[in-house]
Design a protein around this ligand. Structure first.
Ligand code: DCP
Ligand code: CA
Ligand code: CA
Length: 956
């Protein structure tokens, strides 16, 4: 059909505009009819507004449309970004949340009520609320560059906002204005405690192992009688708290932030005892929800000092028996005791485990459960059976029965996404999984994940204990309670933050050469944060400078951090969060002074000072005086923790989560759904300093100078890395990936590879940013410069996008490690991963907008192919691709291009899709059959997408 006067007929490529115009004119005609038929006295309530309706609504779309049109509104059938002022919707899918984030999304009642009241009611009263809880509301706040043309609300000033907030004495006392704020902030952040302190623990294990003359882990690996024990405290925080509260021993008890400024019902339960669990209370639940199921629940405060001590004692006990320790968490470790168990057949390992438990109980007053198996997987699963207060040994002849009953999510390496995909295949238990063949699993999940799943289902796991992972960075960041009235206050705060970082460096001890400052600045139109004293909607700026020599000196770091801050030109009153990260740690210094890191030393040192730093440092250097310890647990300081913790979740990841998990996350966290930040390159600026510091910045420190054809270009950026996907990989693979990021950061990699790289993964290809720091010509030259210009690089390699080759600078081996991630409960794990994603990238200045409301949607990234977004740029990408592959394209590249073109269609950029497709077809005309069929494939996929998106066929 080619008659485009009929707007509903098939459309040809090239005639999309006409099609839309026709269709719209038809609709306008219908609207005119409606107008004429309608009430002539109808008020022009919606005059000047351009309204689009999304999805199912009540009243139905036709009725709403009638009301809009009759009351002089402009009804928009299509969501044309420049025109629509409001979107009416009853419910939004998460992809729509993303798509509509820049619009005013309003419930249908806004229309009906306005008509009934005969006046235009404020849309904000009808903002689409979320979801079933009443507590969360989707906020479609303004996002830079995405705001439709609407009158901007008058922007509040940071100064005025701060004035109002700080008029409250409590807020003042608990904000960054208070001299002890930084210290207290870290003392009361459980997330911080769990993730960062653990990093130091790993260091200690590593160092202790280095000191040990005997390292037998590898030999044990191949031992047929490998005996791994997984030791994990039962309800760790709660148990520690209960030791000194025997009167509560028989009651349901939970550790949470106590009642301070306000009701604590929205704070999280960190740990609850097993009595509380019998009521349905769980770790991570909000106090309010827990109290509903268990009204008698007793809330006890955090006592980080005590946890730290118990952890120390715990690890010291383990060290007595073996150096083969994988520090898993503050309350959990894996040990390889193969060498100690001569006769497993007579239950020697059980006897040993009981002895260990006994010793732990006597020394700490707390119960630990022990799982025993011939590998890490079995030992960890066994602990689940052992709990509470017992042991469980998975014998080698009973592995299948043992495994069959476990749910998939019990397998540590099966993350949410993987679990969801398997459930889609009707696989929910390990028993179900065992029924799938290796080839089915590999074809569905790829070789490595497939193999991991296959082996996990059979209880196979040949991972060694991870004992040798050095730390990559040290940092401190505060993103709550940060408000300044004056530059002096800001300076004082920076000083304490730097002091904190320096203390952490010295505690390890280590020095670093790279200093990154992260500043969260109130977004232009952002009001006060919804969460009291939270950072609200902010732009996040990161800037890094590299020094000639490593330092741990406060004056040096202060000097550079201040300069970085100055160079960012942020308004003091708009600052909502600050972080300092030190990277490029000096490994030599550390090994040279490793003896200082032993527990014994730590203990000796622990009585020598009383500084009251955060727990992770105290482990090695200091122990707080009783008064400091008191301060940690008194209500005022404990209540400075935000009532509901923030969890940053990458939109792509969030979308992957099963609905119930999303729900759970929303119940328990103040979710900040983030997208990939735009990267703005800011080379380090070696500015002559009036009083030169001992070390100066180096001009050659920019990561952007790294070769853009590095072989790891196929990795998505850290911020794009789906944690579930990462965790779903076999450990060795995870480590490889993590190490790769580390290497990218360190710039250690060589610049070319002699084999074809696997092409771009879907997630990264679809979310490339628009940054076009490398003009196409330059990229082309670079690709030509490679040793094997024609066949060595896929499209992905030819065009390593700026955010792929330049961005992954985050130290994933940083304070957060694979083991930390693996061991944290899933909710917390995601929180940690995502919060680390927001960590600064060295040598970059990154700007991310984080809306303040509980469930803000991320900014939609422009659709890009290899980082290119404009038609001419993409055309050039295509040309280079065809030149490099004159006879047959790599199928994965075909998929990448197809995906990109389809996304254009989804974005309603059909004309661009058409132009680019036609261009590709044109330039491949003489390229032979392989190209012809590739182009045909693209064409067919594209047609299909048009059909799905516009519900009309397209004629090609
Ligand atoms: N934790 C936390 N928030 C969570 C989960 C855990 O703060 N959502 C902290 C408190 C826990 C500690 O980490 O006591 C250890 O976590 P575990 O997952 O080992 O949980 P528990 O030790 O509390 O309970 P279990 O007996 O299930 O191990
Ligand atoms: Ca535990
Ligand atoms: Ca644990």
């Amino acid at each position: 059909m080619d008659d485009h006067d009929d707007p509903y007929g098939a459309i040809k490529f090239g005639e999309f505009r006409k099609y839309i115009q026709n269709k719209q004119s038809k609709l306008k005609e219908q609207e005119d009819e409606v107008r004429q038929q309608g009430d002539p006295d109808a008020l022009p309530l919606f005059q000047g507004l351009s309204i689009h309706i999304n999805g199912y609504t009540e009243p139905p779309i036709n009725e709403l449309r009638r009301l809009i049109v009759q009351h002089a509104g402009d009804y928009q059938h299509y969501l044309k970004k420049s025109k629509v002022t409001h979107i009416i919707a009853t419910n939004l899918t998460y992809s729509k949340v993303n798509e509509f984030r820049a619009y005013k999304v309003v419930k249908p009642a806004w229309i009906t009520d306005s008509v009934r009241e005969k006046k235009l009611l404020p849309w904000t009263d009808y903002r689409l609320g979320k979801l079933n809880h009443g507590q969360t509301e989707l906020a479609f706040t303004s996002i830079k560059g995405k705001q439709p043309e609407q009158p901007a609300p008058s922007a509040p000033s940071g100064e005025a906002l701060n004035k109002t907030l700080l008029a409250n004495e409590w807020s003042r006392q608990h904000s960054s204005m208070h001299p002890d704020f930084v210290k207290r902030y870290f003392e009361t952040s459980r997330l911080h405690y769990l993730s960062t302190w653990k990093a130091e623990l790993k260091d200690i294990v590593r160092q202790a192992r280095l000191k040990s003359p005997n390292t037998t882990a590898d030999s044990c690996l191949s031992s047929p009688t490998r005996v791994i024990m997984h030791i994990d405290f039962d309800c760790f925080f709660a148990s520690v708290g209960l030791r000194d509260r025997p009167e509560l021993a028989q009651k349901p008890v939970a550790v949470a932030h106590g009642k301070g400024r306000q009701d604590n019902s929205s704070s999280d339960i960190a740990s609850c005892n097993y009595i509380a669990r019998s009521f349905g209370v769980r770790n991570g639940m909000r106090v309010g929800s827990a109290q509903k199921v268990c009204p008698d629940l007793q809330i006890i405060p955090y006592e980080f000092e005590k946890y730290r001590t118990v952890t120390e004692v715990f690890y010291n006990i383990l060290f007595k028996y073996t150096q083969e320790i994988q520090a898993v968490s503050v309350d959990e470790a894996l040990i390889d005791v193969s060498a100690l168990i001569a006769h497993p057949e007579v239950g020697e390992e059980e006897a040993f485990a009981q002895k260990l438990r006994q010793e732990i109980k006597e020394a700490t007053g707390c119960n630990a459960s022990v799982g025993i198996g011939s590998n890490i997987l079995l030992a960890r699963l066994a602990t689940k059976k052992a709990k509470p207060d017992n042991i469980y040994c998975c014998k080698s002849d009973a592995i299948d029965e043992f495994l069959a009953g476990f749910h998939l999510r019990d397998i540590p390496r099966v993350g949410y996404a993987l679990c969801g995909k398997l459930q889609d295949m009707n696989v929910s238990t390990v028993g179900d999984l065992a029924k799938l063949s290796l080839s089915v699993l590999q074809s569905r999940f790829g070789n490595k994940t497939g193999k991991m799943l296959y082996e996990s289902a059979r209880g196979k796991d040949d991972r060694p204990l991870a004992m040798d992972q050095p730390r990559q960075s040290v940092s401190a960041e505060v993103s709550w309670g940060v408000r300044f009235e004056t530059d002096q206050q800001l300076k004082a705060f920076m000083d304490s933050l730097v002091e904190e970082v320096c203390q952490r460096l010295k505690a390890i001890p280590t020095k670093g050469r790279s200093i990154t400052l992260k500043v969260m600045v109130r977004a232009k139109h952002a009001e006060e944060a919804l969460k009291h004293m939270g950072h609200g909607e902010v732009d996040v700026h990161n800037k890094t400078t590299l020094l000639d020599a490593p330092t741990d000196q406060q004056s040096v770091i202060c000097h550079h951090a201040s300069r970085l801050l100055q160079s960012m030109g942020c308004l003091t009153t708009d600052i909502r969060g600050l972080g300092i990260q030190i990277q490029k740690l000096d490994q030599e210094d550390r090994s040279g002074s490793q003896s200082k890191l032993s527990f014994e030393k730590a203990k000796t040192a622990s009585t020598s000072t009383s500084l009251g730093h955060e727990p992770e440092q105290r482990l090695c250097t200091v122990d707080p005086s009783p008064s400091t310890s008191q301060r940690v647990t008194t209500p005022p300081s404990s209540s400075i923790h935000p009532a509901k913790p923030k969890m940053s979740v990458q939109f792509d990841v969030y979308e992957e989560l099963p609905l119930d998990i999303r729900q759970e996350l929303m119940d328990n966290y103040d979710l900040v759904i983030i997208d990939h930040p735009d990267i703005i390159s800011t080379p380090p600026t070696p500015v002559a300093s009036p009083s030169p510091p001992p070390v100066s910045p180096r001009p050659d420190s920019s990561v952007s100078q790294m070769p853009s054809t590095q072989p790891l270009a196929d990795l998505p950026t850290w911020s794009q890395l789906d944690p579930s996907a990462l965790l779903a990989l076999p450990l060795s693979m995870q480590q490889q990936v993590l190490a790769a990021y580390g290497q990218i950061r360190a710039g250690k990699k060589s610049t070319s590879s002699s084999t074809r790289r696997p092409p771009l993964t879907p997630s990264s290809s679809s979310s490339s940013t628009t940054t076009s720091r490398h003009p196409p010509n330059r990229v082309k030259k670079e690709s030509r410069r490679s040793k094997h210009p024609s066949k060595n690089a896929t499209l992905t390699q030819l065009y390593p996008t700026p955010n792929r080759s330049g961005h992954p600078t985050l130290d994933v081996n940083d304070e957060i490690s694979l083991e930390v991630l693996e061991q944290l409960p899933p909710d917390l794990r995601k929180e940690v991963i995502e919060s680390y994603r927001l960590k600064p990238n060295q040598d970059k200045q990154t700007t991310t907008t984080i809306p303040s409301a509980q469930l803000p949607a991320p900014e939609k990234k422009p659709t890009a192919l290899m980082g290119k977004t404009s038609v001419p740029d993409v055309r050039l990408v295509l040309q280079t691709w065809v030149q490099e592959y004159p006879t047959d394209p790599d199928t994965k590249d075909v998929a990448t291009v197809t995906k990109y073109l389809k996304q254009l269609v989804v974005d309603k950029d059909l004309e661009d899709a058409q132009l680019l497709f036609m261009h590709l077809r044109h330039i491949t005309l003489d390229c032979g059959d392989a190209w012809a069929s590739a182009v045909a494939l693209i064409q067919s996929d594209l047609s299909q997408q048009v059909l799905e998106t516009f519900h009309v066929p397209i004629q090609l």
